[in-house]
Design a protein around this ligand. Structure first.
Ligand code: OAD
Length: 246
């Protein structure tokens, strides 16, 4: 696909000194992982307040864990797609590149990107519900041997190390993201840009002087706030940007 706008964006990417990308569920959609708000979105068939809040876990940890165990099993059967692979290549060849993701699925890491800033945590990590002091730990066994799983330090309940509605973002992740917003080029891909504070990162980057780009097949809340709104699937657009072709 030769397109003059793709070539212009590609040039911008290659000339930028510092690039930051924020991804959302749409980047993993072509891998077969459902988004949250589309026609087949998870929040169409499940109520977030029953499954993705600390109150829900406090009421019924078994139910919440069954939902996460189902998602972990499904994600384990999915593979990174061309969008993940393109971003992994960017992380290897661009000197100052940061990838922030709202996705908890770990597919960016599986594609080969290291140092991913996981804004909403990781479905493959657990932490102690009672905050006994142990650091979050990775447990990618599918299925988990015990549901709900237990904290190896105190024996209390373990929870998924993800951000639920009403919970703050990990301050260490937030600090690293803030630093990455001092960039020349900020790209948001595959997110509806309705969930804050993630959706607000774009505005901070723009206020600090970044050229802002959205990649999404549909218009979103961010479309009117970016310098360039590119309508297209991330798995097709992202691979073209380092190599736009003849
Ligand atoms: P959403 O489900 O809200 O939005 C997914 C976006 O991806 C939509 O704008 C789609 O148009 C777009 N999309 C679909 N296919 C695409 C493709 N092939 N290429 C590019 N874009 C595509 O998902 P998020 O914005 O990621 O939070 O949701 C944000 C947060 O809301 C999630 O991290 C999750 C959820 O509640 C927590 O769990 C805390």
């Amino acid at each position: 696909m030769h397109d003059p706008s793709i070539s212009a964006l590609s040039l911008r990417l290659q000339r930028a000194r510092r690039i930051t990308v924020l991804t959302g569920a749409g980047v993993s959609a072509p891998s077969g992982i459902p988004t949250f708000r589309g026609p087949q979105g998870l929040w169409r068939s499940h109520r977030p307040e029953d499954l993705a809040t600390p109150q829900a876990f406090g009421r019924d940890p078994q139910l919440v864990w069954e939902w996460y165990a189902w998602r972990r099993k499904h994600i384990a059967s999915c593979e990174p797609n061309a969008g993940h692979v393109a971003l992994a290549r960017w992380s290897q060849v661009l000197p100052c590149f940061t990838l922030i993701t709202q996705n908890v699925d770990g597919l960016h890491e599986r594609a080969g990107t290291s140092g991913v800033l996981r804004f909403h945590g990781s479905i493959w990590h657990l932490r102690c519900w009672d905050r006994c002091g142990i650091e979050p730990w990775r447990d990618d066994r599918v299925p988990l041997p015990e549901l709900p799983p237990r904290c190896p330090a105190c024996g209390g309940l373990a929870r998924p190390d993800v951000v639920w509605f009403g919970e703050p973002i990990d301050h260490r992740v937030l600090d690293q993201c803030q630093a990455a917003l001092d960039c020349d080029l900020f790209i948001v891909a595959g997110t509806s840009s309705v969930v804050y504070p993630a959706a607000g990162l774009l505005d901070v980057a723009a206020a600090r002087g970044a050229f802002t780009v959205e990649i999404n097949p549909e218009a979103t809340d961010a479309s009117s706030r970016v310098n360039l709104s590119w309508r297209g699937p991330a798995e097709q657009v992202l691979p073209l940007l380092l190599d736009p072709g003849p």
